[in-house]
Design a protein around this ligand. Structure first.
Ligand SMILES: [Zn+2]
Ligand SMILES: [Zn+2]
Length: 113
């Protein structure tokens, strides 16, 4: 979990995510944020997901699987704007495709991980 900074420079977007995540972690450690179970499947092992990095305290709790899914959906829906952000189900083939990305490319970072 301590792979925050590699040698590559962070883009402004990544910086924003990074500070957003730190902010949320501080709140979490102070008990101002409470971990919940995955909103989709109820899994207890969750990660935080931010839909809006300007709102570090607006967190969705998702298990790894559903966290990945929501990110795929975001990337995928990028062309058409943000209209799809509430739907986090995607098709299975696409999820497999995502899995292969993750195997081959460790540089993908998730917010809140
Ligand atoms: Zn889940
Ligand atoms: Zn996320």
């Amino acid at each position: 979990m301590r792979i925050f900074r590699k040698n590559n420079k962070m883009t402004p977007d990544q910086k924003k995510k990074d500070s957003c995540r730190s902010y949320a972690n501080v709140y979490l450690s102070r008990g101002k944020l409470v971990k919940e179970h995955c909103q989709v499947c109820g899994e207890k092992k969750v990660e935080m997901h931010h839909e809006d990095y300007n709102k570090p305290l607006e967190i969705k709790w998702l298990c790894r699987e559903h966290h990945l899914k929501i990110h795929v959906e975001h990337y995928n829906g990028g062309k058409n704007g943000k209209s799809k952000k509430k739907k986090i189900f995607i098709t299975v083939p696409f999820f497999k495709y995502l899995g292969s990305i993750f195997k081959n490319n460790n540089s993908i970072k998730l917010c809140g991980v």
